[in-house]
Design a protein around this ligand. Structure first.
Ligand code: FE2
Length: 258
């Protein structure tokens, strides 16, 4: 199962990322499609007070739309059914809007586990346009990932693999990333990966995938207020800006997909 214990390093490599470059406020980051801000349902935010602070701070950075994507994985979060998550979202949406002025949607981040296909009959928490955010364990590739992508496409869903740069079993070689895209699965970048929050390996893989133009979408995967501070501190490299602008605008376009 995923955890979110990223770490900053203090070498010259890392300090270089923060000393110059483009700030998040100067990029068209208007839509965050991946976050764990719905309080009390997973390993993200625990209470409304912190969730309200988080969305207010993201609004100050320019975010106008957010998709809340709690983990959907029966083994770890048995309560996180479509019905439970939707009811919880309906109960807190107004307060989050009031705190931030952001437009909120609810979806889910679906773990690809053995038997996930049993949920394909309608118990999915989808992004707009029948897109579905999927993830794997960071430690090993789901044995049924290719089959899951195939089945989802057959059912006219559009899978989006969350943060491929964070999976330790994928090397810096982007060949497998292109293979996944060619199989019909889009890729979503975690912004914090580029800043080294998840380590040097994830940062280098994120840069390689970005430079190959293989990402389609971008999000924060926000789990804590500390990550917003990190986002605010980041300085993006100039050579990454065209690709970042493309996927940021594409992510906003996702909201109007039908
Ligand atoms: Fe996530």
């Amino acid at each position: 199962m995923t955890t979110d214990s990223g770490s900053m390093k203090s070498s010259g490599f890392w300090s270089g990322l923060f000393s110059k470059g483009i700030r998040i406020e100067d990029l068209p980051f208007e839509t965050d499609m991946h976050s764990h801000v719905l309080p009390g349902v997973d390993d993200g935010f625990r209470d409304m007070e912190h969730s309200c602070r988080a969305v207010a701070e993201l609004a100050a950075l320019g975010v106008k739309n957010m998709v809340l994507t709690p983990h959907i994985y029966p083994e770890l979060y048995p309560d996180n059914t479509h019905g439970f998550i939707s009811r919880h979202f309906d109960a807190v949406k107004g307060r989050l809007e009031e705190a931030s002025g952001i437009n909120f949607l609810i979806a889910g981040e679906h773990m690809v586990y053995e038997g996930i296909e049993e949920t394909f009959n309608g118990d999915l928490l989808l992004l707009p346009g029948r897109h579905i955010l999927i993830e794997m364990s960071y430690a090993y590739e789901s044995s049924n990932i290719d089959e899951t992508i195939f089945r989802l496409n057959c059912l006219d869903y559009h899978p989006v693999l969350a943060h491929p740069e964070r999976y330790i079993f994928y090397s810096g070689d982007t060949g497998r990333m292109k293979d996944i895209v060619d199989r019909g699965c889009s890729l979503q970048l975690n912004l914090l990966s580029l800043g080294g929050f998840y380590g040097k390996g994830a940062a280098m893989k994120a840069a390689a995938i970005l430079e190959k133009g293989l990402y389609s979408y971008v999000g924060t995967d926000l789990h804590s207020l500390a990550q917003i501070e990190m986002l605010r501190s980041m300085r993006f490299r100039k050579r990454h800006i065209p690709q970042l602008e493309r996927i940021m605008m594409n992510t906003t376009s996702l909201l109007s997909a039908s």
